[in-house]
Design a binder for this molecule. Structure first.
Ligand code: ADP
Ligand code: MG
Length: 217
């Protein structure tokens, strides 16, 4: 489902160069749930953005479901991502002037399909957001925003789900919903790559990796 080799990404600031990814090689098969743990600043978000087709690496190779997203035009890459990759942003990136329901439906703009209204309602139910359906993001708790971001990432039934610390603000009951969701997603053949600084998720994953200073082990 996902193959990456030798990924490097450097950020330069005046007087300083940060090697956020320093040669990361990683494979993820359909049906796998993999957790990457690492301290703050170790490159977790950079890794997910790069794997998700949102941030081109300086060097290295990426193959998602048979395609290299960075060889596509911007338009083709957006369409490919909309159909293949679900992304849960660490900072959520909800659209501030849209309701919870319309935020969840956003991916339908990029990849329209039958049945997405019904699927949005199912996801809203599953993530215990029904009472907040018409609310704006500013009216939500952080945990509620996180669940909207998860529901939105799943709307288009992606093959690959990339989740950036997706449970950092959730209570235990909602964390269980996320775990069950990941399990049924992988049981149906999808692949989940989740990054977190917490040890706690490693017990639930098929495989756990550790990222430190841009290197994976
Ligand atoms: P994590 O998600 O593990 O906390 P990040 O991937 O966000 O780590 O960041 C890895 C390193 O790269 C950090 O040292 C961070 O300061 C730096 N970094 C990330 N994004 C940028 C950017 N856009 N410009 C400059 N430095 C960045
Ligand atoms: Mg991060």
């Amino acid at each position: 489902m996902l193959e990456a080799a030798g990924l490097k990404k450097t950020f330069s600031r005046p007087g300083k160069i940060v090697a956020a990814l320093d040669g990361v090689t990683l494979k993820l098969a359909g049906g796998e749930f993999v957790v990457v743990r690492g301290p703050s600043g170790s490159g977790k978000t950079t890794l997910l953005l790069t794997l998700g087709g949102l941030l081109a690496p300086d060097s290295g190779r990426i193959d998602i479901a048979g395609r290299n997203p960075y060889e596509l035009s911007n338009e083709a890459r957006a369409a490919f991502r909309a159909g293949t990759v679900g992304f849960v942003f660490q900072q959520f990136h909800l659209v501030p002037y849209l309701s919870v329901r319309d935020n969840v439906l956003c991916p339908a703009l990029a990849a329209p399909a039958d049945g997405l209204d019904k699927r949005a309602d199912e996801l809203i139910e599953r993530f215990n957001l029904a009472p907040r359906r018409t609310h704006l993001p500013a009216e939500l708790s952080t945990g509620e925003k996180q669940r909207v971001a998860l529901a939105r990432a799943l709307l288009n039934s992606p093959k690959l789900l990339l989740a950036d610390e997706p449970t950092g603000n959730l209570d235990e009951a909602n964390e269980r919903v996320v775990l069950e969701t990941f399990k049924s997603f992988t049981a149906a053949g999808g692949a989940v790559l989740m990054v977190t600084h917490s040890r706690h998720w490693e017990d639930h994953a098929d495989r756990a990796l550790y990222l430190e200073a841009g290197r994976l082990r």
